[in-house]
Design a protein around this ligand. Structure first.
Ligand SMILES: [Zn+2]
Length: 77
């Protein structure tokens, strides 16, 4: 089942400037639809929350986030 588009704002979460939603797809769930990937920044930690469901939440500390940034920069040119 595909995710619903994000239309609400959670007033208790991080400020808008530290919340981003990226439209992706998920191979494991709902290959036919898109998956909202919520990215937030909490105390310097980057938090990746696919499906906005807290079912699997990745936390990237500064070192991991810097590594990801470098890899994406290299691949995207
Ligand atoms: Zn999924």
């Amino acid at each position: 089942m595909a995710d619903q588009p994000l239309v609400r704002r959670d007033e208790n979460s991080a400020p808008t400037s530290q919340r981003r939603v990226i439209m992706t797809t998920c191979q494991a769930h709902g290959a036919a639809g898109f998956t909202n990937l919520l990215m937030t920044k909490e105390n310097g930690v980057i938090v990746l929350n696919p499906h906005l469901a807290n079912c699997c939440v990745l936390r990237l500390d500064e070192q991991a986030a810097t590594m990801l940034h470098g890899i994406l920069g290299e691949w995207l040119g």
